[in-house]
Design a protein around this ligand. Structure first.
Ligand code: NAD
Length: 453
């Protein structure tokens, strides 16, 4: 088994040396990451193409621009967020300094998933550096071209004791998890998250777990079905459905099902043309294991749109399933592929009951023009995030925390929430040695007179 003691110790020594306590030092590293994003963007897009056939547009917008936005946000607020924050005082501390001081945690491990391998790796890196940590990155081995590229380019922009990339699969990850970290941010599935959490517990290391699950859509009959279909189809079929917050299935009353499916078909035609396999805007499944896992969901299913597959090309056509039952295979685990099941429910109450009978979702979507329906779903369900009358977009708002709840995750990040995630909020009370008289009341001998004051 490999050992990463040296790499982690080097990062710990750099952290202990205190250089990252200097805000200008953090700014310098954030600027290095900016340069990397500028200078290596073509290489990044080429690696994304090799790993996922990711369309350039999605690579630019959802990976590179995402990280750059996060960088701008951290850089813009660096002075404000790193400054001690004065808080309210009570009678006993009127004359003292009372403030919260954000401090770095130490050595952070970022373990990322393959579906947005730049966003999920370099996105959290921004907050971890802004907060003053040194960082070990473990990209997913499934997006192998990005993993190799990161290992090659990160040393050109960062000293290895500030940011280091460690590549590998399960044996390497297990070896890495034996080390003591001060924080772990993991993005991936719930099963592996339990392994990470258990390893972290051995060192009492705090974690953020960014997981997944089935994110439902409730489509209300009051909706404009053309608009709803376009927004749902975009969220479901971008990155070939391999998005953690993609709408996983749609629930709607029977009366609007066929028009909704027809509108989805129109949207698919508009987005990807007659043959999605020839479209430059449509990606591929990451590997054969996932291809076969997704394809198996089509067995015995009622396919209303799509359904074509090509294993050699790891292509699965955008597919819509109807007459779906809760017991169908596509309704068990997160689909994480280009299949959209439509399940009929009698009304919003049945949809709410169904959502609440399942694990708490990472995202929830409601399409309705009726404020009461929206309020009802908002107040009677829970999920990591919710977007009304659109899909996926809440994740692009950096002033909102991004994370799950229950089985869909622990903790959150993005923007200020990233900075906070990777910081310790130290409680500081600073007194002077004067005015000792004020303290007499709390010192023994304890008397009833002191109690009654
Ligand atoms: P993955 O297979 O790439 O694994 C993620 C990380 O775990 C990788 O670094 C990998 O090396 C490591 N890993 C895998 N198996 C391991 C094992 N047995 N022991 C130790 N480490 C191991 O990613 P995945 O799990 O296929 O990711 C897909 C899931 O991630 C989906 O459920 C998706 O919804 C979720 N996801 C969540 C978010 C989010 O931000 N919440 C983003 C993307 C994906």
């Amino acid at each position: 088994m490999p050992s990463y003691t040296q790499e982690v110790q080097a990062c710990r020594d750099a952290y202990n040396a205190g250089k990252m306590l200097i805000v200008e030092e953090r700014r310098k590293h954030l600027m290095s990451l900016w340069r990397l994003m500028e200078e290596q963007s073509e290489e990044i897009l080429a690696a994304l193409k090799k790993d996922l056939s990711k369309p350039k547009f999605e690579g630019v917008l959802m990976e590179i621009a995402f990280v750059k936005n996060e960088l701008v946000c951290q850089l813009d607020h660096l002075d404000e967020w790193t400054a001690p924050q004065k808080v309210g005082k009570n009678l006993m501390t009127m004359m003292d300094g009372v403030f919260i001081k954000p401090e770095p945690l130490g050595v952070v491990l970022i373990m990322s998933a393959w579906n947005y391998p730049i966003q999920l790796t370099l996105g959290p890196l921004c907050g971890a550096l802004a907060a003053g940590n040194t960082v070990i990155i473990k990209p997913s081995e499934l997006s192998a071209n990005i993993a190799t590229l990161l290992e090659k380019i990160i040393p050109k922009y960062f000293p290895s004791n500030i940011v280091t990339v460690i590549n590998g699969a399960i044996p390497e990850t297990n070896a890495l998890l034996k080390e003591r970290f001060d924080y772990i941010l993991y993005t991936g599935g719930s099963a592996v998250a339990k392994i990470i959490y258990e390893s972290a517990a051995k060192h009492l290391t705090p974690v953020t777990l960014e997981l997944g699950g089935k994110s439902p859509v409730y489509l209300d009959p009051s909706s404009n079905l053309e608009i709803a279909a376009r927004r749902i189809v975009w969220g479901r079929f971008s990155n070939s459905g391999q998005t953690c917050i993609a709408p996983d299935y749609v629930m709607c009353p029977k009366g609007i099902e066929s028009e909704f499916v027809r509108r989805c078909k129109d949207a698919l035609l508009e987005f990807f043309g007659e043959n999605a396999q020839e479209s430059e805007s449509y990606g591929r499944i990451v590997n054969n294991r996932h291809f076969n896992r997704i394809k198996a969901m089509l067995n015995g299913a009622n396919i209303a749109v799509g359904g074509k597959t090509d294993e050699k090309d790891k292509f699965i056509e955008p597919t819509i399933l109807v007459d779906v039952k809760p017991t169908d295979s596509c309704m068990q685990d997160e689909i994480f592929g280009p299949i959209l099941p439509v399940m009929c429910v009698s009304d919003v109450d049945e949809a709410i009951a169904f959502i609440n009978s399942r694990e708490k979702p990472l995202a929830l979507y409601v399409f309705s023009k009726n404020g009461k329906t929206v309020d009802k779903i908002m107040s009677r369900t829970t999920s990591g995030g919710i977007t009304v009358n659109d899909t996926v977009m809440h994740a692009s708002v950096e002033t909102l925390p991004f994370g799950g709840v229950g089985n869909s995750g622990i903790g959150a990040y993005h923007g200020k929430f990233s900075f906070d995630t990777f910081s310790h909020k130290r409680s500081c009370l600073v007194k002077k040695q004067a005015m000792e008289g004020m303290n007499q009341i709390r010192y023994p001998p304890y008397t009833d007179k002191k109690l009654n004051l």
